[in-house]
Design a protein around this ligand. Structure first.
Ligand SMILES: Cc1ncc(COP(=O)(O)O)c(C=O)c1O
Length: 439
């Protein structure tokens, strides 16, 4: 019987099999490591699909017209985008590259929304040619550029305006976006947002159909969403009265959290769905709006729990009475979050899940930076070279933010389920890294 308190942070199918082995999707993690090598990112299909369904269900239970978009910046590869399409979600893309992956995956363009604070002319042209559903216009420069390009493409482009409502979601300062001092969106406080509505209404080739806000990520409290809705609807009502804004769609963005560590569990999804639905309905009643379509943009919450990073232990350096470093074969190149956000993770030894014998170690990466530490001062069973370390909650913003620092190749990615595994992306090679170089 599994007792390890970390297991619930792993994918839904995680279990402890015979010989004290971690299993995901019905397969031993060590067997996956042997077949595909490490570092390896393992995604559990059941968890991915059930997260998509939970978001749809929890919001549609409470609100009549809902479109959940998966925010592809959290993790985008074509085979996964196909799962998103199958589950009936839309897609938030934040670059021409993400749009190109979606297009290559056969994702329906009308369910894609284009985000970003500095979309280039090339990216916008690509999106227009693809007939993207919506562009979420972020600033005056983009509005003018898009209006011109849409005219050239003979297209009247549906848009939302991204507005920075001046609400603090109390998350890391590097992932806070909805405050006034932010590079994202039209600022509400200084009148720029109202001016944006006026200009969008006057733009010949743009069709303004809604308003978007995104406060930050991950948001472990529900109150900022209620506050954001309240603040933005006062603005939307004024924009309707002054410039005839029609509100067909409204998005409170993404930012829904997942559990990374045993001591920090987020509120349940139902609480977010209840808070947001209630706040939007109340605001619509107050300002006499028909209920707009509610657009949610979870990224991390769809993929985070489904992903597990597997590493092999290599060098171990013990500095008596100071620290014991256990180095693994990945690190900041595949998971930069601890280095840039101070993010915390749990870990276990996949080939010895339950163990009474523990020692304090620091799990370090293989990159040439002292800051390349995945988990500092952490109690693990005694490890030795060759052990497999599994870090849960690694599905979001790890592979997506990965780099080739030190010219280390990016990990392979596999999908698991019902006792089977499928390679989703092969391990990068040194040749792959050099393919654009003029040798
Ligand atoms: C506009 C927008 N929507 C959605 C998201 C997704 O956030 P999360 O992955 O925390 O749900 C982000 C993240 O940066 C974002 O900028």
């Amino acid at each position: 019987m599994a007792t390890n308190p970390i297991l619930p942070i792993f994918p839904e199918t995680a279990a402890v099999g015979s010989d004290n082995q971690l299993c995901i999707g019905g397969i031993e993690a060590t067997a996956l490591a042997k077949t595909y090598g490490t570092p390896l990112y393992v995604f559990d299909e059941q968890t991915l699909r059930s997260q998509c369904r939970s978001y749809k269900t929890e919001f549609t239970k409470r609100y009549p017209s809902v479109q959940v978009l998966y925010a592809s910046k959290a993790f985008t590869i074509a085979p996964f985008v196909r799962i998103i399409a199958e589950e009936g979600l839309g897609l938030d893309v934040a670059s021409g590259g993400e749009a190109a992956i979606a297009k290559a995956a056969g994702f329906p363009a009308e369910r894609a929304y284009f985000h970003g604070n500095n979309k280039t002319a090339d990216e916008l042209e690509f999106a227009l040619a693809w007939k993207i559903g919506r562009v979420v216009v972020d600033n005056f420069h983009e509005m003018k550029l898009l209006d011109g390009l849409a005219g050239k493409a003979k297209r009247k482009q549906d848009i939302l305006l991204r507005i920075s409502p001046g609400v603090d979601p109390h998350t890391h300062h590097k992932t806070t976006t909805g405050i006034t001092d932010s590079k994202f969106g039209f600022t509400l406080e200084n009148g720029q947002a109202m001016e944006a509505v006026r200009l969008a209404q006057a733009a010949k080739n743009l069709n303004l159909i809604g308003i978007h806000i995104h406060l930050g990520s991950p948001i472990y409290e529900v109150e900022p969403y209620a506050e954001g809705v309240k603040v933005i609807f006062a603005f939307i009502a004024k924009a309707r009265d002054t410039h005839g804004l029609k509100l067909l769609e409204f998005s409170p963005g993404g930012g829904f959290p997942i559990q990374y560590t045993v001591d920090k569990a987020p509120p349940p999804l139902a609480k977010y769905a209840e808070t947001i639905s209630t706040a939007v309905k109340a605001a619509c009643k107050r300002y006499k709006f028909d209920l707009p379509k509610l657009i949610l943009e979870p990224g991390r919450a769809i993929v985070g729990r489904a992903g597990v990073a597997l590493y092999t232990v290599g060098a171990i350096k013990d500095i008596p009475s100071i620290r014991k470093y256990v180095s693994v074969d990945g690190g900041m190149g595949d998971n930069i979050r601890p280095a840039i956000y101070g993010s915390k993770y749990e870990a276990l030894v996949a080939n010895r899940v339950e163990s009474k014998e523990r020692e304090k170690v620091t799990i370090a990466g293989k990159y040439c930076e002292s800051g390349d530490v995945l988990i500092k001062d952490y109690k693990l069973p005694k490890v030795q070279a060759g052990d497999i370390i599994a870090i849960p909650a690694s599905g979001a913003y790890c592979i997506a933010m990965s780099s080739n620092y030190n010219a280390v190749s990016r990990p392979a990615i596999v999908l698991v389920g019902k006792g089977k595994s499928k390679l989703w992306r092969r391990r990068e090679t040194a040749e792959d890294q050099m393919r654009n170089e003029i040798l």
